[in-house]
Design a binder for this molecule. Sequence first.
Ligand code: SF4
Ligand code: SF3
Length: 540
Amino acid sequence: MFCYQCQEAAGCTGCTNSGVCGKTPDVAAMQDLLVYVSRGISAVTTHLRSLGQEISAEINHLITVNLFTTITNANFDKEMIVARIRETLDTKEQLLKQCPDVSALPAAALWNGPQSKFPVKAALVGVLSTENEDIRSLREMITYGLKGLSAYSKHANVLMQDNAELDAFLQRALAATLDDSLTVEDYVNLTLETGKYGVEGMALLDAANTGAYGHPEMTRVNIGVGTRPGILVSGHDLRDLEMLLKQTQGTGVDVYTHSEMLPAHYYPAFKKYPNFVGNYGNAWWKQKEEFESFNGPILMTTNCIVPPRDSYKDRLYTTGAAGYPGCKHIAGEIGEEKDFSEIIEQAKHCAAPTEIEQGEILGGFAHNQVLALADSIVNAVKSGAIKKFVVMAGCDGRAKSRNYYTDFAKALPKDAVILTAGCAKYKYNKLDLGDIGGIPRVLDAGQCNDSYSLAVIALKLKEVFGLDDINDLPIVYNIAWYEQKAVIVLLALLYLGVKNIHLGPTLPAFLSPNVAKVLVENFGIAGIGTVEDDLKLFFE
Ligand code: SF4
Ligand code: SF3
């Protein structure tokens, strides 16, 4: 196997024996093949669109869920992945029948075979099958961005929001990663175009979430526990949470959020559920201890799954694109009501969660809430009470080097405000960093996709201050990344013209030296240094 799609790639170069994430070589191979057949079917849909044919929403969703399935820590279940390869090949055969001439299509569009041939084929189509390291780097960066975009699209799709233009782009870009006639320059342009659609995808999801559940508002979230048994919901899918909350009413079972589900508490629509108790635990990578002490069932709606201990494996459920072998998967397609009764039944027989902390976390500062506070924020900037905003959005992870972000948050000058989104916030959201004239020094917009809110806020501030360039704002970017959703957020920021983004704790292994050079020279992308040096860099 060879995989270098996340920040924890072994040795900062790539996982070859098995994944640091726990992905085994056979699962990695099937993920490679799933990406390959998704590229293949995308070449066919792109060809059909060029002939004026429409592609159904079902086929668009098939492709986005395929990519979502291959995101780091989403799905470790080989059988589920193999079933998706089969379904994609069968769907593609039907589409090929609609093509008058297939001679111009790439080999991936025409390949088919029985399951017995999957491992052999997978070995030929992985990341290293592109020999030129710069082309490989760009193809993979685009693919990872598209994986993140697919995840965000899927969350909008389950709320019955689609953007056909976005799907057409996603498939055109995915097909382009097969095209040997494209140059480095073509792929650099496609990378930025991916960022453009990243903005659109996050806007689509923002509209879907706020349309369904209202605008996030300033909220104090309980991090202690109640006395009744609970179900812990993790991942990013708000629609799944909504269905679970409805189905648990009157059952005596409470519902808690974990990791990236925390921001659900900020939405008005979820506040009406009396059994929606609070948030339990921290970012994804601490789940082994936290799932153990939670005592009740856990529902993983998306990434990040850590291979579970046997002690709680029978309490771990997956749904949607998530999967883990031996854990029960709750079925349900877009528009269908999922049946969570088995989880609720199990919860009734479990002990209440063991308390691991007490108190509250403050959040809910998505664009609508921040813009409602715009006057006081603008005044604080004008008076000099706030000197700088520091965007520290992104992902958390298990690397010790990520303590940098806790130390950095603590060491920031007291007139700096952190803007955050994603699970990166767990590195500092329980510190008491205080406020500036009533404006909290950590403004949490929500999940990683709510980085969109941070861009909306930046664009609004640019307008208010009458600036021509987003880079003239007193905002610096010190972003932590881990998986592919952070890649689409990064590409979206680049597309919006944001320069000098610092990315850590390490730069992506998938950046070849030449591609890294392009990012450094054109966008000022940089890694992180020591807290001391970086504070000097940002604040002097
Ligand atoms: Fe390694 Fe990350 Fe790939 Fe897992 S997702 S195999 S940790 S590079
Ligand atoms: Fe976290 Fe996995 Fe990326 Fe949505 S839950 S930010 S790492």
